[in-house]
Design a protein around this ligand. Structure first.
Ligand SMILES: CCCCCCCCCCCCC[C@@H](O)CC(=O)SCCNC(=O)CCNC(=O)[C@H](O)C(C)(C)COP(=O)(O)OP(=O)(O)OC[C@H]1O[C@@H](n2cnc3c(N)ncnc32)[C@H](O)[C@@H]1OP(=O)(O)O
Length: 360
């Protein structure tokens, strides 16, 4: 009987090494880790040349733990060894030259970044299971979901009404429709934007996972434009800028709210998700620019009418025009744009990273 060397295939993860020894019906297995961090393998098995004794040894690149897991099947011997430190290895063996009997196990092979993704996906799965088990204990879950579903439905219907109304009027009247956007849609916009205050309250009550601060910036920013600039200045109400502001706001909302509605019933439509997490990229800056134009157009009107002006002591003059506060608000708007743009970018990345992981 000869002593032969079997084919050995290997793959790694950050914490483990997998070896697949191609031997069928292996018996009398003797697998041990020597003091010099070398795996010693010996077995009787059936190979191409009949029954033979097979052996090989591998000195690992970095220290491994002494416990060795192995399983012998009719076709192969699987060995699993834990690394001492969770670290990616450049190669398996200490010697740089790869032994001739060793090859990558392409069935298990992952490169470092894929292995990281696999690890993260596992962690996320464990996290999800623990969150789900906690959530399942919430006796009001059905009620909360029902409330959110209804809220999103109402908002969706409101913004759809505005969007369709404006689109139809634009198609029929062309540019003339720009001038009476406010008179035809403001009531519905008031309703939707007042309802939107709930978006700031919901995360405080633990009802939705919305970012509290981004929601506050979003709702406060829009309501300031709607109620203070458009609502209180009649001179602004026939300006075309209202058309652009309302159209940009409602365009995102007719996708965002149905996306949330589906989330409430545990469903997802890929196209809708993509629209919710992509449309803001052009719309948000455009929206801020349109809102900034509205603020700038309102400055001389506030100066003239002295509406909301702050009375000052006589030595400092009569009053401080509200337009100064709006000029400060203009700066805040771009700060708000930066904060929310970054928030939405992170949400998009999170959404697509976790979906990509689910695919693996
Ligand atoms: C402190 C005083 C501030 C003073 C103001 C200062 C100036 C501010 C200027 C601001 C400029 C505003 C400009 C703006 O008006 C311009 C426009 O809007 S233009 C049109 C384009 N706009 C947009 O695209 C923004 C749309 N709005 C939003 O996206 C949100 O309002 C926002 C808060 C910005 C982000 O939303 P959120 O944090 O909720 O992110 P997600 O959508 O990813 O949701 C996270 C998870 O929560 C779940 N969720 C959220 N809401 C609901 C809900 N209603 N029902 C059910 N579930 C909900 C969602 O499913 C996610 O869950 P999961 O993580 O499981 O996926």
């Amino acid at each position: 009987m000869q002593i032969l060397t079997p084919h050995v295939y290997w793959a790694q993860r950050h914490g483990e090494i997998y070896l697949r020894v191609e031997l069928s019906d292996a018996k009398d297995l003797d697998i041990s880790l020597q003091e010099n961090n070398t795996l010693q393998f010996r077995a009787q098995a059936h190979g191409a040349k009949g029954d033979n004794e097979y052996e090989f040894s591998l000195e690992f690149l970095e220290p491994v733990r002494p416990e060795i897991n192995h399983k012998s099947t009719q076709r192969q011997v699987d060995i699993r060894i834990k690394k001492q430190e969770e670290r990616w290895w450049d190669r398996l063996t200490l010697q740089e030259k790869k032994p001739v009997f060793l090859a990558p196990d392409f069935d298990r092979w992952l490169d470092e970044s894929d292995a990281e993704m696999e690890l993260q996906a596992k962690e996320e799965k464990i996290h999800k299971i623990s969150v789900e088990s906690r959530v399942r204990k919430d006796p009001y879950l059905g009620l909360k979901k029902g409330y959110l579903f209804m809220y999103n439905l109402v908002q969706f219907l409101g913004f759809s009404w505005i969007f369709v109304n404006m689109t139809v009027r634009l198609l029929i009247l062309g540019q003339d429709s720009f001038y009476d956007t406010f008179h035809t849609t403001a009531d519905m916009m008031y309703f939707c934007q007042m309802m939107a205050v709930l978006e700031v309250i919901n995360p405080l009550l633990g009802l939705a996972k919305t970012g509290f601060f981004p929601a506050l910036i979003q709702v406060a920013g829009r309501n300031c434009i709607l109620f203070v600039i458009f609502g209180s200045l009649e001179e602004m109400q026939n300006k075309p800028v209202i058309f652009f502001v309302f159209y940009l706001w409602s365009t995102i909302e007719i996708f965002r709210y149905p996306f949330y509605m589906l989330a409430c019933i545990g469903t997802e439509w890929k196209l809708l998700t993509w629209l919710r997490y992509s449309l803001w990229i052009p719309l948000y800056p455009l929206g801020v620019v349109a809102e900034a134009v509205a603020v700038i157009q309102s400055l001389p009107i506030f100066d003239e009418t002295l509406l909301f002006s702050l009375p000052l002591p006589a030595v400092l003059g009569h009053s401080l025009s509200f337009s100064y506060i709006l000029q400060l608000y203009l700066v805040l708007m771009f700060l708000g744009l930066f904060i929310n743009f970054r928030h939405l970018y992170k949400q998009r990345k999170r959404r697509y990273r976790s979906r990509k992981r689910k695919v693996h």
